[in-house]
Design a protein around this ligand. Structure first.
Ligand code: SAM
Length: 257
């Protein structure tokens, strides 16, 4: 028996029905290439191996490796890398992959950003996250939880909350509620625009209480009214995702970057 490490977000799912439901809602096809983040003790892994031809599991905790290898070594389609997912190199992949996992909650945003930045190699994610984060990911403008990820994912993808999960189905029990979400990335990769767009959104929300004329001054450089127009006196949560796209386009056109 391995003691769970809080620092690695280890709350192991005990309920087989929920594990099966997560895998089934990800709609796995035989030809898909899945990456499972943090297989832990293999709650989702078994069901995935039965449904798909290729599964790469990435687990940071070397204490879990012998148990995982032991359980799944007979499956030809099982592969395990004992590394930090945040260090994983997507450029080595031969095809676009699908991501699944009951995530370590302390690095959820970093995982989503990494997948987003590599979305030429990642088509979608089916992930368990903290319920509050699930709400934030799909928040619309005007709401308190609307933030960087809600804007970015709404422009470059599609987020769907699938179902809520109570603490009681894990061991040890987390202190928070959980939810399973699906994120699908759109297939557009205009990198120059994306980089600027990300900087603009991050700057605006990085100074959430300031008006855009202040928080985006580094991009508008004396042309605030031409570039920001009616948005100048607003705060970031008052803008729709498409408004940020419009601002980034105007900045690009003005040649100020
Ligand atoms: N999938 C298992 C389950 O459903 O029971 C475990 C889920 S547990 C919430 C998160 C898992 O992610 C743990 O096994 C933990 O060791 C692993 N993990 C934490 N940080 C990681 C990282 N940076 N890269 C890969 N795995 C990580």
């Amino acid at each position: 028996m391995i003691f769970a490490k809080k620092t690695l977000g280890q709350n192991f799912l005990q309920d087989k029905n929920i594990a099966q439901k997560i895998v089934s809602l990800s709609n796995p096809q035989k030809t898909d290439f899945f990456i499972e983040i943090g297989p832990g003790q293999g709650a989702l892994t078994q069901f995935l191996l039965e449904k798909t031809d290729k599964l790469l599991t990435i687990e940071i905790d070397s204490r879990l490796v012998p148990e995982l290898q032991n359980k799944f070594q007979t499956f030809q389609n099982f592969e395990l890398q004992n590394i930090d997912f945040l260090e994983f190199d997507f450029t080595t992949l031969p095809q676009r992959v699908r991501i699944i996992g009951n995530l370590p909650y302390n690095i959820t945003s970093q995982i989503i950003f990494k997948c987003f930045e590599n979305r030429s190699k990642v088509s979608d994610l089916t992930i368990m996250v903290q319920r509050e984060v699930a709400d934030r990911l799909s928040a619309s403008y005007g709401s308190k939880t609307y933030g960087i990820l809600s804007v970015i994912l709404s422009v470059y993808g599609n987020v769907k909350k699938l179902f809520n999960v109570p603490p009681a189905v894990f061991f040890p029990k987390p202190k928070v509620d959980s939810a399973v979400v699906s994120i699908t990335f759109a297939e557009n990769f205009e990198l120059e625009f994306q980089q600027l767009f990300l900087k603009v959104v991050k700057s605006a929300f990085g100074q959430r209480r300031k008006m855009l004329s202040n928080s985006l001054s580094e991009f508008t450089k004396g042309f605030s009214s031409e570039i920001l127009g009616n948005f100048a006196n607003l705060r970031p949560e008052q803008l729709r995702p498409e408004d940020f796209v419009e601002i980034a386009k105007r900045i690009l056109k003005s040649g100020k970057v």
